[in-house]
Ligand binder design. Structure first.
Ligand SMILES: [Zn+2]
Ligand SMILES: [Zn+2]
Length: 134
């Protein structure tokens, strides 16, 4: 995967990619914790740098819902959406509602060439809505 993206293979990059794969939607602190299971000596900076490089290369997708820290996932290139819990911040994947790249036909594109629509669904996760109704 790293080689296909013409990236130099380094141990921090491999470990970060593995951690993002194992922990979808994890924030940077969680990823640092997971990477240190493999590479106890890895620095914060090495993890930040690896996340930045992997994101720029398109191997990792960065999402940042309003009010949340940045989260990372390895599910890239399929234009899936996210549902975010307003109460606890839990995030889950939501496939496109109407097939491929649904919202790209803007009612008025203002002359832009549009290639992505970012959709975030907000609500309460099942745990939080159970707490509220009990
Ligand atoms: Zn919740
Ligand atoms: Zn996702």
């Amino acid at each position: 995967m790293l080689r296909a993206a013409a990236l130099r293979v380094t141990r921090p990059r491999l470990a970060v990619l593995g951690a993002v794969h194992a922990h979808p939607h994890a924030d940077t602190d969680s990823i640092i914790g997971a990477v240190r299971n493999d590479l106890p000596e890895v620095s914060h900076q090495a993890v930040y740098d690896s996340l930045h490089t992997l994101t720029a290369a398109g191997l990792v997708r960065r999402i940042q819902p309003l009010g949340s820290v940045a989260r990372y996932e390895s599910r890239v290139g399929d234009n899936h959406h996210h549902v975010v819990c307003r109460s606890c911040g839990a995030i889950a994947d939501v496939d496109c509602a109407v097939g491929h790249a649904p919202c790209l036909t803007a009612s008025d594109d203002h002359g832009f060439v549009i290639d992505e629509a970012e959709v975030i669904y907000w609500g309460l996760c099942s745990d939080c809505s159970a707490v509220r109704s009990s």
